[in-house]
Ligand binder design. Sequence first.
Ligand SMILES: [Zn+2]
Length: 98
Amino acid sequence: MDETQLRLDGNAAAGLLREVFVQELTAARGACGSCGTIAAMGAQHLYMYPQSPGAVVRCSTCQDVLMVLVHAGGRYRLGLQGLRWLEVRDPAEAAQEA
Ligand SMILES: [Zn+2]
């Protein structure tokens, strides 16, 4: 079996994406791509001005940009350029541990 036999188009990820993007994300942990700090998104620094269409989340350790979120023109645009990874806890598994 070669690699192309395992490849699907991106639409096959719809279920996984739907599970991740309905979660409360302030508790999600992320790794800063610049300094490597791992922290909850809710513990990072948010820069957002009244009446602005978006927000910038910066690393609380090195101040590099982790995430940019803009809501304008009937769309949300999410840039995760400063995150090495983002980890969202599966609520079903968390409930089993409680
Ligand atoms: Zn950092």
